[in-house]
Ligand binder design. Structure first.
Ligand code: 1HN
Length: 366
């Protein structure tokens, strides 16, 4: 009698759009995160080939104005997102091509993989880009890109599109000018603000967004080499976060970016965090063990670390460094009071490797 009455109660509640917590409490408030996104790796050879073919076949116009190929995490049911909070892509720009000016509320960063005679103009600040440069694009800032030479440019984009759409906060403005007016001297923000510990004396500090639109590779590499001589993290080896030099804070409210060097012979300790990350292998080869699965990587590959998964990095080369660029959603978790991290306490800080990742084999099993 009791069972049937209870069923009836739940059924009536359902018809009135009510859901009893007690009947599904652990799925509504899990004991720990139950991420749907999975650890994954995309090989550069394939990413590059697809992007190059799109470069031959797809023209840029004001309807589709960026040739960006988004990474779609196989755990997210076909959504075009790398993680629940991060959109990441490989973007291809042909020589002598322009990606026209527009602006939007999603916040963006770019990391240049290949580029010669390529520029980005962000809110009137035109900066020429080279391999290893890092570019920021605050929300609602105008931006256009162009290639003035004959060679293509390729970069990785990171945007907070998933969280912007979750919050129903996306706005996009195509504007009327294909190319923005350049309002400062070319490479101006790098020359003015590229020496983080020194600031033009007559200006106030930039509190909200970094005054520097492009972080040049030469400066980044010098910082990595010097940090390697002074200190390193047991979990991430020689790791640097890109910051607003005037505040020390991450460059965006919703995402941050790191550059890290794994020195020859390094095997870091495992830890896990409540955040998600998309890594691009800028240089070298090595492996990252994520949740007990070994992901071998080489230059250009892109891989995802989902939330709350133990991960550790390995560079087995005796002579060559490996360099990883990553975007991470940590600022959102920190701002909302939900960030946690934990070191692996067993196995001397190292995970047991249960298998090696092979995208084609995983797909074959499906
Ligand atoms: C965008 O403006 C860029 O400027 C890249 O390079 C990716 C994805 C969605 C909307 C705007 C870019 C984008 C984007």
């Amino acid at each position: 009698m009791h069972e049937a009455e209870l069923e009836k109660l739940y059924e009536e509640m359902g018809r009135n759009h009510l859901k009893p917590l007690w009947a599904a409490e652990r799925s509504i408030v899990p004991v720990e995160p139950q991420p749907k996104a999975v650890a994954w790796l995309w090989k550069w050879s394939r990413l590059y080939d697809f992007a190059r073919r799109a470069g031959e076949m797809v023209t840029l116009d004001r309807g589709g104005d960026r040739r960006a190929m988004g990474l779609s995490n196989p755990g997210l049911g076909g959504l075009p997102y790398a993680t629940p909070t991060l959109w990441a892509a490989v973007q291809w720009l042909n020589g002598r091509e322009v990606a026209p000016a527009h602006r939007h509320t999603p916040q963006a960063v770019r990391f240049i993989i290949e580029g010669k005679d390529t520029y980005s103009t962000v809110q009137g600040d035109k900066v020429y880009l080279e391999r290893g440069d890092f570019v920021i694009n605050p929300p609602w800032y105008w931006h256009d890109h162009g290639s003035e030479g004959d060679t293509p440019a390729v970069w990785m984009d990171g945007l907070d599109i998933p969280i912007t759409n979750y919050l129903d906060a996306s706005f996009f403005d195509l504007g009327s000018k294909e190319v923005q007016d350049v309002t400062a001297v070319v490479n101006g923000s790098v020359m003015k603000y590229g020496y983080g510990q020194l600031r033009p004396a007559w200006e106030a500090p930039c509190q909200k967004y970094s005054p520097l639109s492009t972080y040049k590779w030469a400066t980044t590499e010098r910082a990595l080499n010097n940090l390697a001589k002074a200190d390193a993290s047991p979990f991430d080896d020689v790791a640097l976060e890109y910051t607003n030099p005037h505040t020390g804070r991450p460059v965006m409210d919703t995402l941050t970016a790191w550059i890290q060097m794994l020195r020859p012979g390094i095997h870091t300790k495992a830890h896990r965090q409540v955040n998600t990350a998309v890594y691009h292998v800028f240089e070298g080869r090595g492996a990252t063990v994520i949740g007990g699965v070994r992901f071998d990587w080489e230059q250009g590959d892109i891989f995802v670390i989902p939330t709350w998964a133990y991960h550790e990095h390995i560079n087995e080369s005796k002579t060559e460094r490996a360099i990883l660029f990553s975007i991470q959603d940590t600022p959102i978790l920190v701002a909302l009071g939900k960030y946690r991290e934990e070191a692996l306490s067993t196995g001397g800080g190292h995970q047991q490797v249960k298998k090696t990742f092979d995208a084609d084999k995983v797909l074959a099993h499906k």
